[in-house]
Design a protein around this ligand. Structure first.
Ligand SMILES: [Zn+2]
Length: 243
């Protein structure tokens, strides 16, 4: 009753190759959709981090006679133009004492990978503050010299004006002349179509791997977050009084 091993039916080479081909085909179908699901989840995490920063800024406002943090001091200019790769820039910033227990909130998880790819640097932060909330610099003599919004209560439509956004670690022609440098996001002159300084990010869910075509998270003064395209930069970032 001894069973011969040669009687056992084995897989033929052809059968094995068919199985391997089916597995490869299934992976090819599943991996991109899984990648997209992960990227969508990361974008949501990034938006939630902006909301955490918004809460920390509210705490700062409460402690500072209703003045909000300065867009170039909330995180400092340590190691400019790559302050976003500096831990010291965070620790010297106005918001640090409110953020120590949630340091992750400074950084969009998607930016981390994109910055490694385009700039070869390890990001410590990436979320940017709207430079229109600066305290004004008449000497600047440009659109930036008009930035005099010192109180959020001066904002007519808090649900329409950007407070925080993503910014790219690369420039996009006709949208930005600067890549992320100081964690302040300045859109340029609303009335001059050729005036491009910074733009909101475009690296979330890019089309065909082109990081200039994707989305940015935008947190508004009222704290809600929306996903916008780079085309929306000046519209969401410029206060009504300068439009
Ligand atoms: Zn993001």
């Amino acid at each position: 009753m001894k069973r011969s091993a040669t009687n056992r039916r084995a897989f033929t080479l052809i059968e094995l190759l068919v199985v391997v081909a089916i597995i490869v085909a299934l992976l090819a179908i599943l991996l991109p959709s899984m990648g997209r699901a992960i990227a969508t989840a990361e974008m949501t995490v990034c938006g939630t981090r902006m909301k955490q920063i918004h809460i920390a800024m509210l705490a700062y406002v409460a402690d500072n006679q209703r003045a909000h943090p300065h867009p170039q001091q909330w995180v400092t200019l340590d190691s400019y133009p790559t302050s976003w790769a500096s831990q010291k820039a965070l620790e010297d910033g106005q918001l640090w004492r409110y953020m120590q227990q949630m340091q992750d909130a400074y950084l969009c998880p998607t930016f981390k990978g994109v910055a490694q790819q385009f700039a070869g640097l390890e990001a410590k932060s990436s979320i940017c503050m709207n430079v229109w909330f600066g305290h004004g610099n008449p000497a600047a003599g440009s659109w930036l010299g008009k930035a005099t919004l010192t109180r959020w209560t001066e904002v007519r439509r808090p649900g329409s004006l950007m407070l925080l956004s993503d910014e790219n670690p690369f420039t996009v022609p006709n949208y930005s002349t600067h890549a992320i440098n100081n964690l302040a996001m300045g859109p340029g002159d609303y009335h001059n179509p050729a005036s491009h300084v910074d733009s909101i990010g475009s690296f979330h869910l890019p089309q065909q791997g082109d990081y200039a075509t994707g989305l940015s998270n935008v947190a508004f003064v009222d704290g809600h977050v929306e996903q916008r395209t780079i085309d929306d930069t000046k519209e969401v970032a410029t206060p009504d009084i300068y439009k």
